[in-house]
Design a protein around this ligand. Structure first.
Ligand code: NAP
Length: 283
């Protein structure tokens, strides 16, 4: 599954929507709050800046030193909440241990929560009051749904095994899969007999990111399955997924590569959420 080209077409469509907004005097703007310390985050932030520039979204970065007091960040979030020129706010995760990420996220106005992590937006997802096209849903699960839809992967009645139970990936994806009438199993580090479970699955989603300790191998998937690789691991300086791609690709109906699969779709969905938030501000 080619996430790179699908993300490109999503960005092209978003560019048109951004032009429409700008014609009405709205400049879609994404504010990113970054607390220094995690060097890998800087790479993601620069990626976001480039993505925004490509579709015409304004990108504003607010940087704090790693020792910043929580109140300072909360105060800035309040200011951005009240600023009509800001449509999306994200806190780049992870944050240093003295900060409570949940507290920061909960302070964001849900209408500007373009990561889809505020309890208001999580609640909308779990109570069914959402739409894939118009709601602020977490970017990775949303991107995965777009990929599955693009390749016409049917979920109804099928067994989906997700190896991840985080708020960012596993839990929201489970709900999206359930709403497509899949039977969903969430696995994690305490799951017994994981290979037995993944071998039964029609769709396997792996989001572990612990290579070489964890690798999804050929023996862990059944022939004709669909494999979505969310994991990001650096092996000898090279970005790889959780899946042994070369070993698995011959056996399955579809597989997402790393890089070029879920990653670009996640990034495109952040842009989409920002455009949704900006369009809503017109109403
Ligand atoms: P996380 O919160 O650390 O979640 C990792 C999950 O893997 C947890 O549920 C953990 O179980 C489980 N796990 C760990 N070791 C395992 C093992 N040996 N066997 C089975 N399950 C195991 O991380 P995350 O934020 O969800 O991200 C997960 C991965 O996806 C990372 O590599 C991250 O970089 C990547 N990611 C990629 C994208 C993208 O756009 N491509 C977006 C988001 C995340 P416990 O819950 O028991 O600890």
């Amino acid at each position: 599954m080619d996430g790179k080209s699908l993300a490109k077409s999503v960005r092209e469509r978003l560019s048109h929507r951004v032009k429409g907004l700008r014609a009405k005097g709205v400049i879609p703007t994404l504010a990113t709050l970054f607390v220094g310390g995690v060097s890998s985050s800087r790479i993601y932030i620069e990626g976001k800046r480039r993505d925004c520039a490509e579709v015409g979204i304004e990108f504003k970065l607010f940087e704090f030193p790693s020792t910043v007091e929580e109140d300072k960040i909360l105060k800035l979030i309040e200011e951005l909440n009240g600023d009509d020129g800001i449509h999306g706010i994200i806190v780049q995760l992870p944050v240093p241990p003295h900060l409570n990420p949940r507290k920061l996220i909960e302070r964001i106005n849900p209408a500007k929560d373009v990561d889809g992590l505020h309890s208001h937006n999580v609640g909308k997802l779990w109570t069914g009051g959402y739409s894939l096209e118009r709601s602020l849903l977490p970017c990775t699960p949303k991107g995965i749904m777009y990929l599955l839809d693009r390749y016409k992967v049917r979920l109804e009645g099928r067994l989906a095994v997700i190896i991840n139970r985080s708020d960012l990936v596993g839990k929201p994806l489970a709900k999206l899969f359930l709403d497509r009438n899949a039977t969903v199993v969430l696995c994690h580090s305490k799951t017994y007999s994981l290979p037995k479970r993944t071998r039964e699955a029609d769709v396997v989603v792996s989001a572990v990111g612990r290579r070489p300790e964890f690798v999804l191998t050929e023996g862990m998937v059944r022939r004709g399955a669909v494999v979505i690789d969310v994991g990001m691991n650096y092996l000898n300086g090279k970005l790889v997924g959780d899946v042994d791609f070369e070993g698995v690709k011959h056996k399955v109906a579809y597989i997402t590569p790393v890089p070029g699969g879920v990653g670009p779709m996640t990034r495109a969905m952040l842009l989409q959420n920002t455009v949704i938030a900006a369009e809503r501000s017109l109403r």
